[in-house]
Design a protein around this ligand. Sequence first.
Ligand SMILES: [Cu+2]
Length: 202
Amino acid sequence: MRRLARTLVGLSAATALVALTAPGVGAHAAATKSTPPAAEKKQQPPPPPEKKQPPSAEKKQATAEKKPAATAAHKVMNIADITWGPAPAGLPTAAQAAVLHGDPGKPGMFIVRLKAPDGTQIMPHWHHADEHVTVIAGSVMVGMGPKWDDAGMQALNTGGHALMPRKQNHYVRTKGETILQITATGPFAITYVDPKDDPRKK
Ligand SMILES: [Cu+2]
């Protein structure tokens, strides 16, 4: 019994590690771990440190973890799984888009990827919501303000992140084939400072 209790302590301490290292199981556990700890605590009684066999303790935890997973389906997507389509109207026609999560046209958080060839420009524009831009591949030059100004642009490289606050005018130009990930809250729209720059009006 004493040996079992020690094993259990070791097991619970190791659980977090297993969640990070075990493939498949790890992805699921990592996703459910994002639930606020307080909420998780309410639903899940603290794991009894004694009397339980390791397998049943594990089973109990797995059952508890299924609850938050019901609100958002478990999803694993690699870059090869992404299906590209035409970019939404309002963006340069050379760009392609893929929705990873949510729907930019509806209320709520969404994640979209944009792929564009070298030299693609999105002229000064703004949005009604904060726009988080993460560079997945390639890089972009980013500028702020209502008028395009090469001298004021900053490089945002692969792996970089930028926040364009709501109503902040901004503009970008890709360097090399670039993939951007856009995270924002819908319904999302793009408004050009100069309507003549709007591809929908060309
Ligand atoms: Cu923008």
